[in-house]
Design a binder for this molecule. Structure first.
Ligand SMILES: [Zn+2]
Length: 59
């Protein structure tokens, strides 16, 4: 179980992205869970795989 980032940096615009449908009080998520984030600036959506930071290695 992993605590998702409360916010991430948007790759496109450098803005801040917040989780959609998850709040800190919801607690940790299973690794591999896909949590969507929405950028507050450009409104892009990013699907982030929890517990898989620095990926790039297919497993
Ligand atoms: Zn953005």
């Amino acid at each position: 179980m992993v605590m998702p980032d409360l916010e991430i940096v948007c790759v496109d615009c450098g803005g801040t992205c917040y989780p959609l449908g998850w709040f800190p009080e919801d607690g940790e998520l299973d690794e591999g869970t896909v949590l969507p984030y929405r950028c507050k600036d450009c409104l892009d959506r990013w699907d982030v795989v929890i517990g898989n930071e620095g990926d790039g290695r297919p497993d």
